[in-house]
Design a protein around this ligand. Structure first.
Ligand SMILES: [Zn+2]
Length: 534
């Protein structure tokens, strides 16, 4: 039997970005998009070109994603203007994406109250907008806002709206449960009703999680015929979130019910990247990953208690619904290191570090990573620190700055508004003691400037560090054990454009920052092949 194709549409950068407290920078948007491309989703909705400088710049850059199509988002043309003269539609066309997703009203209540126009005017906006993009050769998706509520309130009109877009050539009609209150059996019934006038392979589904049913609603819609799935990484989204692609994707690829009927562009190899992709988003959002997240949570395959563990030891199927390796996760028991080891090996492979899988140093590295993760390190978002840890173990990283000690002083006069920080760093380079001093608006800034504002003093390393830039600095307080621990993540770059991430953990925020900073400097010196400290 020929398998039917299901398309995955990610809206983390548009709908996910609507979340309270979420404000992606351009760099963060690029990182997320690259990660989605690596995961292999079919569509990445990049945002709303023309709406704000970040989104506009995101679309202006050269985006070459091998696996994914970038989609620009916008809304149907304004009433009383032609599509050709609508500035919103022009920004979307000018963004030059192959695909566009345009939201329009399908609930008569919203047409009356929110837009204050007649039902006929709304239909005309839909048909003119559709024609406009089809004429300009875009893959056109009509995002039918509030479709399910509209259908319940005025079925005839809701269907008329989407039929209008479809008749004018829309490639996809995306049915949205914008308020998130629809239940799975209602979704199944309504979507199958829609398939009577629009074929299922032209129907998309976009659900929200207000009744904790966004994933279930998506699966029900597929069952009823929908073939495009919209959602976000980790279910990020306003209120209670969107449908969580991180749960939906493995369900479609691994569960027999779906696996036997449908195929995705992604394969099992892409799926191995799922856990890393999910954690990367948390790292960018500076959020603690949800340990109990389906498939990718660190507890999703944890086994505690004698009976479970011994059964899992005999056969993991006794307490696991899938093999955790398939989604890049690992079993969390002391019984076997195999899954952890294979994760380490695949990371070494991606760093192009050649090592025999039975080399005892692989187990030693795994132990070090585990020990460090236990005290709060997380290498998922800190590749450069992971590479340094590995290469140090393999004796490939020489000593560079040999920092002997550092001192930091923070002072403020009660009547002043400014707080001043001063740092003194004692280094030893080629046998010579060097003291570097710096000031800054905070202790970390002061240590950083003590080292980097004195590059003439630090002799042979100065030249290598001239173009080092710190782009971002994130602090998270972890409450893992009885004591609070601080984790600092630093994002650095240089004139080559490479971006790298380093991490430091300590009960003391200054020490955590110092370690992350030193790793960033060491990584830069290592990649520049700087000579060892004699
Ligand atoms: Zn939405």
């Amino acid at each position: 039997m020929e398998l039917e194709k299901i398309y995955i549409f990610d809206t983390t950068l548009r709908d996910g970005a609507q979340t309270q407290g979420v404000n992606f920078t351009l760099d963060e948007k690029i990182r997320i998009a690259e990660s989605l491309n690596k995961l292999g989703v079919d569509y990445i909705e990049g945002g709303w070109p023309g709406a704000n400088p970040t989104d506009t710049n995101f679309f202006n850059r050269k985006n070459n994603f091998l696996n994914s199509n970038l989609v620009a988002f916008g809304m149907t043309k304004r009433t009383g203007r032609s599509a050709d003269n609508d500035p919103g539609l022009s920004s979307i066309l000018n963004s030059n994406t192959k695909s566009v997703c345009i939201v329009g009203k399908t609930w008569d209540f919203h047409v009356d109250i929110a837009l204050g126009i007649s039902k006929e005017e709304n239909l005309e906006n839909i048909s003119e907008t559709t024609k406009h993009f089809i004429k300009n050769k875009r893959e056109f998706m009509f995002d039918a806002e509030h479709f399910f509520d509209g259908y319940k309130n005025n079925k005839e009109y809701a269907l008329q709206c989407i039929k209008t877009a479809y008749d004018e050539g829309a490639n996809w009609i995306v049915l949205c449960d914008t308020n998130g209150g629809t239940l799975p059996f209602e979704v199944e019934k309504i979507v199958s009703d829609v398939t009577k006038i629009i074929p299922g392979n032209k129907i998309g589904i976009h659900t929200h999680n207000d009744t904790e049913n966004a994933v279930a609603n998506t699966l029900s819609a597929i069952n009823a015929g929908a073939r495009q799935i919209q959602g976000t990484l980790n279910g990020l989204g306003e209120r209670c979130g969107n449908a969580n692609l991180v749960s939906i994707i493995p369900t479609l690829l691994l569960k027999d019910f779906f696996k036997k009927k449908y195929k995705l562009n992604m394969n099992e190899k892409n799926l191995n990247y799922l856990t890393e992709c999910s954690r990367l988003l948390d790292e960018i959002l500076n959020r603690k990953p949800n340990n109990h997240a389906a498939y990718v949570g660190s507890s999703a395959f944890s086994h505690k208690g004698g009976l479970h563990v011994s059964a899992v030891e005999k056969n993991p199927k006794t307490y696991e619904h899938i093999d955790p390796k398939l989604v890049g996760n690992r079993r969390n028991i002391v019984v076997s290191d195999q899954s952890g080891k294979s994760n380490i090996l695949s990371r070494l492979e991606s760093l192009k570090i050649k090592i025999d899988k039975n080399d005892p140093r692989v187990s030693k590295l795994l132990d070090q990573v585990k020990d460090r993760e236990f005290i709060g390190y997380s290498y998922d978002g800190a590749d450069a620190s992971f590479e340094l840890l590995t290469r140090r173990l393999l004796n490939q990283v020489p000593d560079y700055l040999k920092i002997q000690k550092y001192e930091v002083r923070v002072h403020k006069n009660v009547n002043d508004t400014d707080i001043n920080s001063e740092a003194k760093v004692h280094l030893n380079i080629d046998g010579k003691d060097i003291i570097c001093e710096g000031t800054g608006n905070g202790p970390v800034h002061a240590i950083d400037s003590a080292i980097r504002k004195n590059i003439s003093k630090i002799g042979k390393y100065g030249d290598y560090l001239k173009d080092l830039k710190l782009l971002d600095y994130k602090v998270r307080i972890l409450n893992t054990g009885t004591n609070a621990t601080t984790r600092v993540l630093i994002e650095s770059s240089d004139s080559s454009g490479e971006i790298w991430y380093t991490i430091g953990v300590s009960p003391n925020i200054i020490e955590a920052s110092f370690r992350a900073l030193l790793d960033s400097i060491d990584y830069k010196l290592f990649k520049e092949k700087a000579p060892a400290n004699a």
